[in-house]
Design a protein around this ligand. Structure first.
Ligand code: NDP
Length: 499
């Protein structure tokens, strides 16, 4: 396997993938690289393991998953430290991330049987002599491909639901966070030592590509929109279904009756947590004219208080060295086109750190407004009213999440956002609510993780009809008579022919 090595990025050395701290460059961990041909062997092993796992039933799987959840909760500080060491994220943010993942494991484990288990389905007058049965059966093996920015939350969001549904999972973590991925797999193996129900394959993008072609029954991809296209193309070769959780450019709308302090607090957190490397991060704000100036002042005041650094700071380093160039380009482009930095700006980029940057008067066609920045920057744009805010928020091909601050119209505005999710008077909160589906529209992807939809995403509906009586109106048989057909016509007209 060959790879072009970017300074500061993970490297492959003697068959091992070596990840480094983005803050210090020190080695954070190493895992053995999986040769692409061996990916198929891992999937074959997972397939056999999956049959055993499916055989445990909802109750058996629930018990294992709850034990895994407990293990994560008991070792939350250890895992948070690893997330910090490998990805640079502040430990407190890692704790919040892992807490959310634990919540999802718990909910998926407890609810899979209720949501997916066999049930009777009512029949109607047509075919009333048949009973309907429905259940959701596992696919078999799910290939999970994950990003580095939330190395626990994102894979668990797919894996916990896929496992609860009865699938085995083969996971390809990001090359930037392989040790965290291996930690998740190893901890699961502690509660399920019998078979490799949840396993990992490691390496660069070619290993992810091999996973798409390995014979998995479905791929759950979380990552950039550009890679999502490659994943879909590879999966198209074998008609392997895909779930795509891709990038975003989420907007916040601040209406005239918003609590401005709460809005500013949520904006600063939603935009700058994890140094802005958040798929559902707030990257654009549209604030209505009457509250615009006061809102901007409050955002600048709060964001200006944040500390930046390796240890104990609010904002850590940029994990992927190449992302610094993207962030710099967006800031430069905004400023060159007449935008102003009311906090930070061009000087804010000090690799591996980027200091909080608030941009105003940025034209709508600039890259800072149109492209995913994935850095601790946010644009705030003055708009006439909520209608204009919605129009601008919806103008991009992305549609992941969003946030609305206001009172009277806030929920109505949230419903009009072209996005899979929105939070009213908060930011990002939908991600932590295990009962709600998570996913986007347009360039942000399709399919859903989390909640009941998330469980069904990893299952095939199995529909069964069972005869319970003789057919009074036989139709699906060559034994039917012309009189039967005539009665059918009469019945159809009676039942459905009226206006
Ligand atoms: P990438 O798209 O670069 O990588 C995602 C994963 O895909 C990595 O494991 C990567 O491996 C792998 N990969 C790379 N090339 C291929 C290929 N040809 N076939 C299959 N897999 C491949 O994304 P990032 O890791 O940089 O993550 C950041 C992106 O993820 C952002 O756009 C962000 O918005 C998005 N994201 C979306 C979320 C959502 O839920 N919608 C949540 C979190 C992030 P390797 O790392 O080894 O290259």
């Amino acid at each position: 396997m060959t790879a072009v090595h970017v300074p500061g990025a993970p490297a492959i050395s003697a068959g091992q993938l070596v990840s480094t701290s983005p803050a210090t460059g020190a080695e954070a961990g190493r895992v053995p690289v999986t040769d692409p041909p061996d990916v198929t062997a891992a999937v074959d092993r997972a397939r056999a393991a999956g049959q055993w796992w499916a055989g445990l039933g909802f109750t058996g799987r629930r018990e294992r998953l709850l034990r895994w959840r407990s293990l994560l909760a008991q070792r939350i500080e250890q895992l948070a430290q690893l997330v910090h060491d490998e990805g640079g994220k502040p430990v407190a943010d890692a704790i919040v991330e892992i807490t959310t993942a634990i919540e999802h494991i718990d909910w998926a484990a407890r609810n899979a049987g209720r949501v997916l288990g066999p049930r009777r389905v009512r029949s109607r007058l047509i075919l009333a002599e048949f009973a309907g049965h429905l259940e959701y059966q596992p696919y078999g093996v799910i290939g999970v491909i994950g990003p580095w920015n939330y190395p626990v939350f994102t894979p668990v969001g797919s894996a916990a639901y896929a496992l609860a549904a009865g699938n085995a999972v083969v996971f390809k973590p990001s090359e930037y966070t392989p040790t965290v991925g291996q930690w998740l797999v190893d901890s699961f193996a502690e509660v399920t030592p019998e078979h490799p129900v949840f396993s990992a394959v490691h390496g660069l993008g070619d290993v992810g590509a091999a996973l798409c072609r390995s014979g998995v029954d479905k791929v759950a991809f979380t990552g950039s929109t550009a890679t999502a296209r490659k994943v879909m193309a590879a999966c198209a070769e074998s008609l392997t279904p895909v779930l795509i959780e891709a990038g975003g450019k989420d907007a916040m709308i601040v209406d005239s009756d918003a609590d401005l302090d709460a809005a500013a607090e949520a904006c600063v957190w939603g935009a700058l947590t994890n140094a802005g490397q958040t798929c559902i991060g707030i990257e654009r704000v549209y604030a209505v004219e009457p509250v615009y100036d006061a809102f901007v002042a409050k955002v600048v005041e709060r964001a200006g208080r944040l500390t930046v650094g390796a240890e104990g700071a609010d904002i850590g380093p940029i994990t992927m060295p190449s992302q610094v160039d993207v962030i710099r380009r967006h800031i430069d482009d905004a400023l060159a086109r007449g935008g102003r930095a009311v906090l930070g700006g061009a000087d804010a980029v000090q690799p591996p750190y980027v200091h909080p940057t608030v941009l105003v008067d940025v034209p709508e066609d600039s890259s800072a407004i149109r492209e995913e920045t994935f850095g601790p920057t946010v644009t705030v744009t003055r708009v006439r009213d909520a209608d204009e805010a919605v129009h601008r928020a919806n103008a991009l091909s992305y549609g992941l999440g969003g946030s609305v601050f206001g009172r009277a119209r806030a929920v109505a505005i949230a419903r009009r956002l072209r996005s899979g999710m929105a939070s009213v008077n908060s930011a990002l909160t939908f991600a932590g609510m295990s009962t709600l589906p998570f996913g986007g529209v347009g360039d942000s992807g399709f399919g859903r993780i989390h909640g009941e939809d998330g469980l069904r995403e990893f299952s095939r509906p199995k529909a069964i009809t069972r005869r319970r009586a003789r057919s009074l109106l036989p139709s699906m048989t060559f034994e039917r008579t012309p009189a039967d057909v005539a009665r059918l016509v009469k019945a159809v007209k009676l039942m459905y022919g009226r206006r």
